[in-house]
Each structure stands twice: as structure tokens, then as C-alpha cells.
Write a new protein. Structure first.
Length: 127
């Protein structure tokens, strides 16, 4: 089974019933374990405080990965590499990628292709 991290964009689209997101998640579900991060949980709850119950139900069915020292080290390395190359991304995306890669997850599903595709070792599934 593949380990796949679901970014905030796909989780939001899934909750909204976006056909592309729903179809992709249903297709990947057959052969994958789904993960997300506490950073994504924060983004979801910050952006939709009235829907916390629905968000919690969705997150209950995912493995929510914490921020820890290994993830911080990986995120800092990603930040420094992209800074040297002059290709910065949004701050939360460094943390999400750091958590993802430090947990051995090499694939992310997102609509934010332009940020995550810059990260070496991370495969982006874009829908």
C-alpha cells in the first residue's frame, strides 16, 4: 500500500463534493494509506470554524501526523535549499513537506502544485 499525504486543498475540495477530488480519493483509496498533518488540520479549522464537527469526522478517518523534531529538521533543510535556489514557498508548506518526508511519505495530493513540485523527493499528484 502506498502512503499518500492529503493536503488542505484536496481535503477542502473533498468536503465540498468536488467531483475531481472525490473521484481521485476514491481511486487512490483502494491502494493507499492516507495521511495529513497537524498543519493541515490547523488550516482547515482556521478557515472553516463553523465546520469543526465535519472536519473532525474527516480527520478521524485519516492518520494525522504531528510536528516533531525530525519534521522540523527536514522542513528547515527544505527551506534552506529552496532559499539558496531563490524558489521560496509559503511557510506552512515547508512544515507540511517536512512532516511528510520525515515520515517516509513521498507522495502528496494537492492543488498547490507550484509549491510542492519544487521539493526534491516529493511526488505531487495534481487533479
Amino acid at each position: 500500500m502506498d502512503k499518500i499525504l492529503l493536503d488542505s486543498t484536496v481535503l477542502i475540495d473533498y468536503m465540498r463534493g468536488n467531483k475531481k477530488a472525490v473521484n481521485l480519493i476514491n481511486k487512490l483509496y483502494r491502494s493507499s494509506w492516507f495521511f495529513t498533518t497537524v498543519i493541515n488540520e490547523y488550516e482547515l479549522k482556521r478557515g472553516a470554524p463553523k465546520h469543526t464537527k465535519i472536519i473532525n469526522e474527516l480527520l478521524y478517518n485519516l492518520n494525522v501526523l504531528p510536528m516533531n523534531r525530525a519534521a522540523a529538521d527536514t522542513a528547515a533543510e527544505i527551506y534552506n535549499n529552496l532559499k539558496k535556489m531563490g524558489k521560496p514557498i509559503d511557510e506552512p508548506d515547508y512544515l507540511i513537506a517536512g512532516i511528510c518526508l520525515s515520515n517516509g511519505i513521498k507522495t502528496i495530493v494537492t492543488q498547490n502544485k507550484k509549491h510542492f513540485e519544487k521539493i526534491k523527493g516529493l511526488k505531487v499528484i495534481y487533479y
